[in-house]
Design a protein around this ligand. Structure first.
Ligand SMILES: [Zn+2]
Length: 266
């Protein structure tokens, strides 16, 4: 969680892990006056790129790397002010992004990839103090900016199932339909059921508001969510592998996929 030594160590771990596979790795610093501690927290987005400047199409892959300071969904009220480990809620998306940085390092020259590890997503306690890193990023977009985004959140659950998330779908239905039919054709229909799931208030929203269509790949049917039980034994390497394989296939077979902007009438 932000403001701790563990947070600094985790940031170093992510940077050191992806550095060999990326053209650049930078920290984007921002601050937030936190209502809980009544002090200013300094946080950092981690932004890494592959072939960003020269690409024809640019995709933003993102996940939050902070974890929540409160187990506020825990059955035991005594745990509500304890921080969660966030094995699925946070670390699962980060794990897949780090592995993709390695798997995609020699990708198609037409494709630019930005790996965006966002901070302060789960700070809270309420939504007005969440999504902080993506809010900041969306207000300071890189140039050139991404054509579209794919958000990974809570995708490590055993037997992971990622239905279509409504807000991401609305941001560009054609793109989301194309992605789901592509992964379906390639044998991932068990992981990506072609039906609507929850409507999420997640890191894709600030990007969509700035005109970047972004899908939210999330399995929100996860009982240990925001409890002390969100630990690594609930996660599955097979699930992480399926998400990573599906994305690798999409990004290598559709390297210059063009998101056609929606007209003013939608
Ligand atoms: Zn969370």
């Amino acid at each position: 969680m932000p403001g701790t030594k563990a947070h600094l160590l985790c940031r170093k771990y992510i940077v050191d892990t992806i550095k060999p596979y990326c053209d650049s790795v930078t920290l984007q610093q921002f601050t937030h006056f936190w209502s809980v501690s009544q002090s200013t927290l300094t946080m950092h987005n981690i932004i890494a790129t592959q072939n960003w400047k020269d690409a024809k199409e640019r995709v933003l892959l993102l996940a939050h790397w902070d974890s929540r300071p409160f187990a506020d969904q825990d059955k035991n009220p005594a745990n509500h002010d304890k921080p969660i480990l966030g094995a699925d809620d946070g670390a699962s998306g980060v794990a897949v992004l780090m592995e993709l940085a390695k798997a995609l390092q020699n990708h198609h020259p037409g494709l630019g990839i930005m790996f965006f590890f966002t901070d302060g997503e789960d700070l809270g306690p309420n939504i007005d103090e969440m999504l902080l890193g993506t809010d900041y990023f969306a207000d300071h977009l890189p140039s050139p900016k991404p054509n579209y985004g794919i958000l990974l959140d809570m995708i490590g659950n055993k037997g992971v199932k990622v239905p279509i998330e409504q807000e991401g779908y609305n941001s560009n239905p054609r793109f989301v339909n194309d992605f789901y039919s592509f992964v379906d054709k390639n044998g991932f229909s068990g992981t990506f059921p072609d039906k609507f799931g929850y409507d999420m208030e997640d890191d894709h929203i600030p990007l969509i508001q700035k005109g970047i269509p972004t899908m939210d790949l999330i399995d929100f049917d996860y009982a240990p969510w925001h409890t002390l039980g969100d630990t690594v034994d609930k996660c599955s390497a097979e699930s992480l592998g399926k998400i990573g394989d599906a994305l690798t296939l999409w990004l290598t077979q559709k390297p210059v996929y063009k998101v056609v902007p929606m007209g003013p009438t939608g």
